[in-house]
Design a protein around this ligand. Structure first.
Ligand code: PLP
Length: 395
């Protein structure tokens, strides 16, 4: 009845858990939401005001598919400053969130049978989109022992004649890991002479707690091969406004824009005007919020590590904790359901992020300190019960 190409598609894990949590809430149960990866902060006032003004200024018609030239100018300047590379406005494509850039880029470069390497654990869009393009998904492991960074030898081994695209993501969803300067230079060295596109998902580039953000595009030849995926969703707390962009070489930008036009015609112009305000307006709020995330991260990680059976490495960026729960003896989906059903803590099972992610669960710490503290108490209850049940089984 339906096309074969959609057989593998279903709503992502996050939305399934959110729906279940909402149902429990409607029955009067108290739920702490630690599942959806979005800032709990409000969209800054200056951005909202710019969007409202743009509406009254009649930015409500179709516009250029690639994005308003004045917004693409601002983006090009922003990328020049933050990545230290030259970018022209013909290399910028504006889309409805970073997701649309990921989606259309994969469709634009993958032929049937082409292989796509992507991180596992990793954001849950890379694999289904590859399958949709009739590509072959090839996950590479981000081992916990390496701080959820890459193993360059594994990537070298996984590259074949058919590899067409490699996706990297740093700071990373769901682990909070980051690629080090050495990882990036090893990758750049490995990929320099290869005919492989790189997609560098940098949507968490402004939410980091250690050092400075580094993009693979700063290495020789990498910029021409790389599509930078960026988004205003996380940095500016505006995920519902659906605004993101890609930086890519002009011929690819032309193809990605053509796909985008087929689907959306254009990205709403009043939202793009709000995007100009976001990137050019005052930025202190970003740093202030990052400090708040850092405090919450520390509370969450220290709290998780004090619970028997759970251990969690400190995330370097993004808004997620990815604890190892193997000692609790439950598959990650069962534990996530137990946390939701028994104590009202909504999180996501590691398996929503790939097959190497069994034995982990994801919490976001984009929530208030008091909610995080309360969630930790509740998690401890379930973990303590699981540890004692486990020890009954094994002893
Ligand atoms: N890339 C990663 C790693 C993400 O986690 C997300 C959202 O969760 C996105 C891209 C896309 O975000 P948006 O489409 O809201 O810009």
């Amino acid at each position: 009845m339906f096309a074969k190409r959609v057989e593998h598609l279903m709503p992502t894990g996050a939305f399934i858990f959110l729906e279940k949590a909402k149902k429990l809430e409607s029955q009067g149960k108290s739920i702490i939401h630690l599942e959806i990866g979005e800032p709990d902060f409000d969209t800054p006032e200056n951005i909202k005001e710019a969007a409202i003004k743009a509406l009254t200024d009649a930015y409500t018609k179709y516009t250029i598919g690639q994005g308003l030239p004045e917004f693409r100018e601002v983006i090009a300047d922003y990328i020049k400053k933050t990545r230290n590379i030259d970018v022209g406005i013909d290399e910028v494509v504006v889309g409805t969130g970073g997701s649309s850039i990921v989606f259309f880029t994969i469709l634009a470069v993958i032929n049937p049978g082409d292989e796509v390497l992507y991180p596992d654990p990793g954001w849950f869009i890379y694999e289904p989109t590859t399958i949709l393009a009739n590509g072959v998904p090839k996950p590479y492991h981000l081992p916990e022992e390496k701080g959820f960074s890459i193993d360059i030898d594994e990537i070298r081994d996984k590259i074949s004649e058919r590899t067409k695209l490699i996706i990297i993501n740093s700071p990373q969803n769901p682990t909070g890991g980051m690629l080090s300067t050495k990882d990036l230079s090893d990758l750049a060295e490995l990929l320099r002479d290869k005919n492989i596109w790189i997609m560098s998902d940098e949507v968490y580039s402004r939410i980091l707690f250690e050092g400075e953000f580094k993009s693979i595009t700063k290495y020789p030849v990498m910029k021409e091969k790389t599509v930078i995926v960026e988004s205003l969703s996380k940095t500016y707390a505006m995920p519902g406004l659906r605004l993101g962009y890609g930086i890519m070489e002009p011929k690819l930008a032309y193809k990605v824009t053509s796909l985008l036009i087929q689907c959306n015609s254009c990205t709403p112009p009043f939202i793009q005007i709000a995007g100009i305000e976001a990137l050019t307006g005052k930025q202190d709020i970003i740093e202030d919020r990052c400090e708040i995330y850092r405090k919450r991260r520390d509370i969450m990680i220290d709290g998780l590590n004090s619970i028997p059976g759970i251990k969690c490495i400190k995330p370097k960026g993004a808004i997620y904790a990815f604890p190892n729960i193997k000692a609790l003896g439950l598959p990650s989906r069962d534990l996530s359901l137990k946390l939701l059903d028994e104590v009202g803590v909504c999180c996501l099972p590691g398996t929503a992020f790939g097959k190497f992610a069994e034995g982990y669960i994801r919490f976001t710490y984009a929530n208030s300190e008091s909610n995080i503290q309360e969630a930790l108490q509740r998690i401890k209850k379930v973990a303590t019960m699981s540890v004692s049940e486990n020890s009954k089984i094994y002893h």
